[in-house]
Design a protein around this ligand. Structure first.
Ligand code: NDP
Length: 314
């Protein structure tokens, strides 16, 4: 069997195409939506993520601003940057690229962003909305995965879903979103005994672990939908040779580029057992940015199109 590949780029393009007219009409009637991205220091991986986010804004006509304070910035200086963005009427979304340098109190930074401008959906106020099933910006990666399941007509209601990983940004919100769509959800983590057996019960298996190729054939129920969130850059030729023992052609990429990107799902065994699978790259990654754009547009709409308050009658 060879799994159907769930194409994240195709879904991203659909989402961006749907957002484009909304951005244009906001820009024509009021102003374009505005996203501010704060990139602290010079972490090369963070810089790549931020570049892709800014490029997506540019493609859609969303106004974007990049703030790049040095790695030596203090928590209070960063909080004052955020305070300024919180007050600006032309900024609908504020994103602080993680991770932050060790001297910064990341939690204080997260809490400082106005919840209605928290386009990452990480503020506890928005986490509370997610738990309660109330409207509000949702964490982009799991929200993108839900869009993918919906647009590929993969049924969720009544299905058994297993999420491996319990981080605040992927695992936990993912489990809650699946639960709200009436899946029966199990969350697994590093202390879960019998992980393979737990995973094998899944009709929908989400791997958000950060361990290359951990999910091998014996973790996957034949025919299951497997969502691979992991993004692991492999540079060790011996590890790559083990993983791609039956696909030596893939090793040419490592030889040419010096590294190869693989997910948490074994890239050779996963497609042989799963019914549908997100590839790495090209699966979940593109959806994260699409949902960030969507959250920014929603935030602008709620700010710009909100009905004016009724006048006081007394
Ligand atoms: P975290 O490191 O925050 O969380 C990893 C989770 O995996 C933890 O809950 C941990 O358990 C669990 N885990 C670790 N080892 C094992 C194991 N051997 N067995 C079972 N569970 C294990 O990672 P994130 O959630 O931030 O990210 C996960 C992956 O997804 C990473 O590869 C990241 O790069 C990728 N990612 C991709 C995105 C995209 O857009 N495609 C967006 C965000 C992340 P415990 O809690 O017990 O420690």
């Amino acid at each position: 069997m060879s799994a159907r590949l769930l194409d994240g780029k195709k879904i991203r393009d659909q989402i961006l195409a749907e957002l484009a007219p909304q951005v244009h009409s906001l820009a024509a009637a009021h102003r374009p939506p505005g996203l501010a991205v704060i990139l602290v220091g010079d972490n090369p991986a963070s810089a790549i993520y931020v570049r892709s986010k800014v490029a997506a804004c540019h493609e859609l006509g969303i106004h974007s601003e990049q703030l790049t304070p040095p790695a030596s910035i203090s928590t209070s200086e960063l909080l004052s940057l955020i305070d300024n963005l919180n007050r600006r009427d032309d900024i609908d979304g504020i994103l602080v690229q993680m991770p932050l340098p060790p001297q910064i109190d990341s939690r204080a930074v997260l809490l400082a962003i106005r919840p209605d401008k928290d386009v990452d959906g990480f503020h506890p106020f928005n986490v509370g909305n997610l738990v309660a099933g109330s409207p509000g910006p949702r964490a982009c990666t799991p929200a993108g995965i839900m869009e993918m399941l919906l647009r590929y007509d993969i049924p969720v209601e009544g299905r058994r879903a297993v999420v491996v990983g319990r981080s605040d940004i992927v695992g936990k919100p993912m489990a809650l979103m699946l639960l709200h769509r009436n899946a029966t959800v199990t969350i697994c983590h590093s202390r879960t005994p019998g992980l393979a057996a737990e995973c094998r019960r899944a009709d929908i298996l989400v791997a958000a672990i950060g361990k290359p190729a951990l999910i091998t054939a014996d973790f996957i129920q034949p025919g299951a939908t497997v969502i691979d969130v992991g993004m692991n850059r492999i540079t060790d030729p011996a590890l790559a040779a083990r993983i791609f023992a039956r696909r030596p052609d893939r090793l040419t990429q490592l030889a040419a580029k010096g590294s190869i990107l693989i997910g948490d799902v074994h890239p050779v065994e996963g497609p042989e057992v799963a019914g549908a699978l997100t590839p790495v790259p090209g699966g979940v990654g593109p959806l994260t940015i699409a949902m960030l754009m969507s959250n920014t547009v929603r935030s602008a709409e709620s700010r710009l199109l909100a009905a004016p308050a009724a006048p006081c009658s007394s």
